[in-house]
Design a protein. Structure first.
Length: 366
């Protein structure tokens, strides 16, 4: 059963993002695509181990043939080296330009399968079926698809919009706890960018309110999709505005690379980075103390980490390393107020250091 629906519309694209209770209805959605020669479902064995039987039950009577391709799970397999095997499987199955890719998984599968679709025979259609919270609220929407190089994440990619997004909420019931943090951090980010009622609602929720099927979860997915769709609709290729979606990510990425992607999940690192961004916002744009306290309270009640534990100087070094290609200045997305983001704000390294030191020692963070 479909629970809610949004549309993203930009120049030259328009597609629905639907939240469904489970997989029923996916067959009809796939059948609604015109002139499909074959579906290639890209997933991994972890996800297939739990959900393949439900998927096959739903699509076994498709009038178009399908092939399931198993990628290896994990970020390290969202790698350029993994593409050849998938392309070969497709060629061997006679995939032509009317083939359609179905990305069945989290953000890793979505980005990887989306890139396969963007590049196979110069681009074929694809569909997103997100199975993690992060994928439901962020990565399945907006058409950024990519693979990693040894020398950097998401270095090889494209903007390639899906035909539709079909999120089956029941899959979230098996999501590991740390994967919830990844999605919740992006939800909080969207609420900070939006201000408004969404943010107020978050001040009244706690982590235990979020479970597959809960009303709070549905609401937060819907609001996140609304906010992201609105931004992507205005600026698909990140010429400007779309950069606001990187709120919290400058520090987040630096913490992740400093700790070699082992200590924190992406969402945990982004959470800490959101607080850095708000502390900088207070210094530079007059973001208020009461807003800062509100943000900390929301994040704590969602059990998201807020305190910096790493050495500030090391974090700064990693920020500078990440940004080398853009020149010396470190630019941040900051907030004047909730709902009033500014992107490309240059920040002096001494001020970054001062704020990181404060975030490491600040008592309010508990
Ligand atoms: P992920 O795809 O690695 O999934 C996390 C883990 O959960 C994996 O081991 C996966 O196999 C498993 N899993 C997936 N669904 C499950 C389920 N329903 N039940 C149990 N286990 C399940 O992680 P993610 O957080 O979804 O995605 C992270 C990726 O998304 C990163 O590569 C990041 O770069 C990308 N991303 C892309 C965008 C974008 O706009 N394209 C935005 C944000 C993040
Ligand atoms: N997750 C950032 C973006 O989609 O632009």
């Amino acid at each position: 059963m479909m629970l809610q629906k949004r549309e993203v519309e930009g120049s030259g694209f328009r597609y629905p993002i639907e939240l469904h209770e489970d997989l029923s209805g996916l067959r009809e959605k796939l059948e609604s695509l015109k002139k499909v020669s074959r579906f290639f479902i890209i997933t991994n064995r972890e996800i297939a181990g739990i959900y393949e039987k439900y998927l096959i039950q739903e699509i076994q009577s498709l009038s178009v043939p399908y092939t399931i391709i198993y990628a290896k799970p994990g970020e390290k397999n969202k790698h350029i080296d993994r593409l050849k095997k998938v392309f070969h499987e497709m060629v061997k199955s006679d995939a032509d330009r009317k083939a359609v890719i179905v990305a069945f998984g989290g953000g890793v599968i979505g980005d990887f399968a989306g890139f396969v679709a963007a590049s196979y025979q110069r681009g074929i259609r694809f569909v997103q079926v997100p199975t993690t919270l992060l994928a439901c609220v962020d990565s399945s929407v907006g058409g950024k698809v990519a693979v990693n190089l040894d020398l950097g994440k998401n270095m090889i990619g494209a903007f390639h919009q899906p035909e539709f997004v079909f999120a089956p909420m029941f899959t979230l019931s098996t999501l590991p706890e740390k994967e919830w943090s990844c999605g919740l951090a992006e939800i909080v980010k969207h609420a900070f960018l939006d201000g408004g009622e969404f943010l107020n609602r978050l001040t009244h929720v706690k982590r235990s309110d979020f479970s597959a099927g809960s009303e709070v979860l549905r609401y937060c997915i819907d609001e996140s999709v609304r906010i992201k769709s609105n931004v992507v609709g205005q600026d698909e290729k990140e010429g400007g505005l779309r950069a606001i979606l990187n709120l919290g990510h400058t520090t987040g990425h630096a913490i992740e690379s400093l700790t070699q992607y082992k200590k924190y999940s992406h969402g945990e690192a982004v959470s800490i980075g959101l607080i850095t961004a708000l502390l900088l916002s207070r210094k530079i744009l007059g973001f208020s103390d009461s807003n800062l306290s509100k943000a900390v309270q929301i994040m704590k009640s969602l059990s998201l980490p807020v305190r910096l534990k790493e050495k500030p100087a090391d974090v700064l070094t990693h920020m500078e390393h990440d940004k080398k290609k853009e020149g010396k200045t470190l630019n941040f997305v900051l907030l004047e107020d909730f709902g009033k983001p500014k992107f490309g704000v240059p920040v002096e390294r001494d001020l970054i250091l001062e704020v990181l030191k404060f975030q490491k020692g600040w008592e309010e963070l508990g």
